[in-house]
Ligand binder design. Structure first.
Ligand SMILES: NC(=O)c1ccc[n+]([C@@H]2O[C@H](COP(=O)([O-])OP(=O)(O)OC[C@H]3O[C@@H](n4cnc5c(N)ncnc54)[C@H](O)[C@@H]3O)[C@@H](O)[C@H]2O)c1
Length: 455
């Protein structure tokens, strides 16, 4: 009798799992990826995807491609690859296009970015040179250090938005689904104003050329109104304002937070949770960077740097929660510096000096010297965001929720619902992401309680 009951219960669980999972639409056909800004990160992502497709390299750094997910109990030994567990677009089905303020095709832009070596680029040249940018929406007021030569003209911002919409509609005819990702330069720091509050005020602002509407928001508006999910790899508040959240929900076009979490902030969100878990105090955290790529040149302008600074500063406060632990974290001196140093190109060097204290207040120091390749770290993050936003849009439970907080894992500035503080701790973010995948596929969530192993 007991066995029969258990069997029925199992069948019900299985059935409900299938019912939920079957709701996620399969990733049929081609996924179009519209990339704003075909610079170092974008070309490294596109070239990397093609190299993986041809079997020239493994997709290292990409959770969607290499990561596994545990299902059920530890004793079940069931850990499929994430891409076999959730219906993600296959890399072979990705089709890239994009916009830039320079006319270079993706091969030329990749050579200019000097991230990947010549041999790799030569092998991929026939594919890469076919991807040519469309003229961009750009205004030097928002990126002082660049002077675009391949730029759309329009009678006002509404007209420019319509031109991006026309680009999207034309591309949509050639693929089955579309995602847009901002891999373009960091714009100056702007906070949302009255124009960003409602769809009506924003659309009026487009007509009136409101100065508060940056080019990135013209792209985002065009994407969302066309039902295209939008990811923001840079630190501006592009979709972090009420109008974009409203558009995202209205058109079922998911959005997420901003600024790829790659080098220094990635390390911060690994180390800080560890220090806090052990109740070690922190007096100061000095973060220094030098980089010599075009991103570094743009960030050399104080107004663009301000966008980055705000984005980079947030993580420590949220992780350490000084209001809960005043004895340990009340007066942390946190400083972030970014220096443009051309000889290093994309090979960024980050130095962190952390002044900590332990038992009986005894002081200690931690030094982190991360000699990273900026775009090598960012490319798989950009790819995963594209694939997961596409998944979110095919998932009934996620598609009309607007902000996808479960993608915080990839971002320096996670976006959240009003009144909710963001999770910066990488390990909480990772758990949140994987539990979201289990949830949408009708699997049990994993809490790591584990008492059942000791019954
Ligand atoms: N590499 C990283 O680790 C990392 C991490 C976090 C964030 N980011 C951000 O990602 C973005 C891209 O970084 P990158 O190293 O590739 O920079 P990049 O300068 O090499 O590329 C940016 C490209 O965007 C183009 N562009 C500028 N404004 C544009 C517009 N309005 N429309 C279309 N194209 C435009 C530029 O011409 C350039 O080709 C930057 O905002 C950077 O801050 C990078």
């Amino acid at each position: 009798m007991a066995t029969k009951k258990l069997a029925t219960k199992k069948a019900v669980v299985k059935k409900s799992k299938r019912a939920v999972a079957s709701k996620v639409k399969p990733a049929k056909g081609k996924l179009g990826v519209m990339v704003v800004g075909l610079g170092a990160v974008a070309t490294t992502m596109i070239a990397g995807v093609e190299a993986v497709r041809r079997g020239l390299a493994k997709p290292i750094g990409s959770l969607t491609q290499m990561g596994t997910i545990r299902l059920g109990k530890r004793t079940d030994s069931k850990s499929p690859l994430i891409k076999d567990f959730v219906p993600l677009a296959d890399l072979n089905d990705l089709v890239f296009t994009g916009w830039d303020i320079f006319k270079d095709n993706v091969y030329e832009a990749a050579v200019h970015a000097a991230v990947l070596d010549k041999d790799t680029l030569t092998q991929l040249k026939p594919y890469l040179e076919k991807i040519k940018p469309m003229p961009a929406v750009f205004d030097q007021y928002y990126v002082k250090r660049l002077n675009g030569t391949y730029v759309k003209k329009g009678k006002n911002k509404r007209d420019l938005a319509n031109q991006i919409i026309a680009d999207i509609q034309a591309f949509k005819k050639t693929v089955d689904r579309v995602v847009m990702i901002w891999c373009a330069s960091t714009e100056i720091y702007l906070e949302p104003t009255a124009v960003h509050q409602t769809i009506k005020s924003f659309e009026k602002g487009l007509e009136n050329d409101d100065i508060g509407i940056a080019p990135s928001q013209i792209y985002a508006y065009a994407a969302l109104t066309q039902g295209v999910p939008f990811a923001n790899g840079a630190p501006m508040v592009t979709v972090d304002c009420p109008v974009m959240v409203e558009l995202s929900k209205k058109y079922s076009a998911p959005i997420c937070g901003k600024d790829f979490k790659t080098g220094q902030t990635f390390m911060k969100t690994v180390l800080a949770p560890g220090l806090k878990a052990r109740m070690l105090g922190v007096k100061g955290w000095f973060s220094f960077n030098m980089l010599g790529n075009r991103d570094g040149e743009v960030l050399d302008d104080p107004e663009s740097f301000r966008s980055k600074e705000v984005s980079k500063m947030g993580s420590l406060d949220y992780i350490f929660q000084p209001e809960l632990y005043p004895d340990l974290y009340k007066d942390i001196y946190h400083k972030v510096r970014i220096n443009y140093y051309p000889p290093r190109g994309d090979d960024k060097e980050a130095w962190d000096n952390i002044d900590i204290f332990g038992w009986l207040n005894y002081p200690m120091q931690i030094k982190v010297n991360f000699q990273c390749k900026d775009s090598i770290l960012a490319a798989p993050v950009a790819l995963d965001l594209v694939l997961f936003l596409d998944l979110a849009q095919r998932t009934p439970e996620l598609r009309s929720r607007g902000i996808q907080e479960w993608l915080s894992f990839y971002l320096k500035s996670p976006q959240t619902a009003d009144g909710l503080y963001p999770e910066h701790d990488l390990f909480i973010q990772s758990m949140k992401l994987k539990n979201t995948l289990r949830h949408i596929m009708g699997e049990d969530l994993i809490t790591h309680l584990g008492l059942e192993y000791y019954d």
